[in-house]
Design a protein around this ligand. Sequence first.
Ligand code: HEM
Length: 441
Amino acid sequence: MKKLSFAEMRAFRADQLAFMMQTALTMGGVAHLQMLGMNIFIISEPAVTRELLLHHGHQMHRDPFVSRVFRRFMGNGVFVAEGKSWQRQRKLMQPAFHALRIRNYADTMAAYTQEMVAGWQPGQTVAINNELTQLTLRIIAKTMFGVDLLTQTAALGALMQEILTIGEAQLKKTFLPPTWLPTSDNRRQQRALRQVKALLRQIIQERRLSAVDQGDLLSMLLAARDENDQPMSEQQLLDECVTLFVAGHETTAAALTWAWYLLAQHRDVLAQLCAEVQDVVGDTAVTFDHLPQMPLLEAVIKETLRLYPPAFAFGRSVLEPFSANGTHFPQGSVILFSVYATHHRPDLWPQPEAFQPARFLDKENGPDRYTYLPFGAGARICLGNMFAMMEAQVILATMVQHVTLALAATEAVVLDTVITLRPQDPLRLSVQPVAAFAELP
Ligand code: HEM
C-alpha cells in the first residue's frame, strides 16, 4: 500500500489517465493507494478484473464520484440504479438492444451519416468531434424514441449538451454543492433538465396516444410490465430516456473521432479500408448485412477502442469487505478498473502504442474479455455495446464511401479525461473527395 503525498494527489486529479498508467507500470496490476484515509485500488490485471466483476459484483456499487453527479440528471436510471431496481430495469431494457432489433437501426445510421457528409465541401475544415456528437445524438433520438432532432426537436439536443457540460464541471469538483443550493450551475442544470423532461413527456404522450409499437426502445418501455402487471412509472421512464441520451452518444462520437485521428495518420490502413468498403458495399447504402463481410472495418474500430478507450476507466465502491486473488478489499474502498492501462500494458500487447488493426483480424486468437474491455465486463457490461459497435461500423463505412479526411493541424492532440477520453480541443480535419485519396501521400 502506498500513501499518496499531496503532490501525488494533485497529479491524480490533474491527469487520471497518466497517473493510472504510471501506477500500473510501477506498482503492477493491483495497485493499492491511500488518499486522505481512503483506500483506492487501481486494477489492470485481467485475472483480478475477472474475479472481481464475475464473483464480487454483488459486493460493490457503482463508483460514488460518478454516481453522485450522474444521479442529478439520470435519477434512478439503469446506469446509476443499484440492487433490485437495477436488475429490473436492465431486464426490461435488454431486449431493445437485441441483435435482431438493432439491425433495423442500421439504415437510420447510414442515412443520417450520408446527410452529414453531404453538407461538407471539399477543402472545408470540420471539427470532427462536434460533427460526430451531433450525428450520434440524432441517431440515438431517432432509434430510441422515434424523433428527429434536426427537424422536430433541435432544442432537446442543445439542452442535453448543456446538462452534460455542467455535469463535466461537477465531476471535477471535490466539493459538490447540493442540488438545493441555488448556485448558477445548479440552476442552469435543473432548468435544462426540466425542459428536457417536458419535451420527453410530450414525446411519450404522443406515443401513448398513437398506441403503435414502433419497435424502438420507447415502445418497449411503454409496453413493459413488472411482476404485478404494473407499467413503469413516468418518473422511471423519463430517467431511462435521459440515461440513454447521455450514455448513448458521446462515447461513440469519441471512438469515431479517434478512429479518424488514427486513420488520418495511417493512410495505408485508410486505403485498405476504402478498398474493402468499395468491394463490399460499392455505392449503395451500408446495411447491417454488409458488416460481417468487412473484417478490417471491425478491426479498425476495435483497435481504436484499445488505444483510445472512450470509457478509459470505470469504478466501484466496496459495500462489504472481501478478499480476492490474495488482496483484501476493505469496506468503503474504491476500485478503479483501468481500461486504458490494461489496453496499454506491454506484457499483454506487443508494441502497445502502435496502431495495428491486424491484432483483431484473427478471431480465434483474440484477447479475452478481461484483457480487452472497452465496454466493461460482467453483469454491468455496457447495455449498448452491440449498438455502439454496429453504429461505429456503419458510420465509418458510410463516411469513407463519400469523403476522406486529413489532419488540418500538426500540433499534438491533448487528451481530455473528464467523462470520456477525447481530444481536449476540437479535432480539425480537412475534407477531401474520395477521388483525391489516391493522390495523397
Ligand atoms: C463506443 C461506445 C461506448 C463505450 C466505449 C461504452 C462503454 C461503457 C462502459 C465501460 C460501461 C460500464 C462500465 C461499468 O461501470 O461496468 C457502460 C455502461 C453503459 N452503457 Fe455504454 N458505451 C458505449 C456506448 C453506449 C451506447 C450507444 C449506449 C446506449 C444506446 C450505452 C448505454 C450504456 C448503459 C445504459 C450503461 C449502464 C449499464 C449498467 O449499469 O447496467 N453505451 N458503457
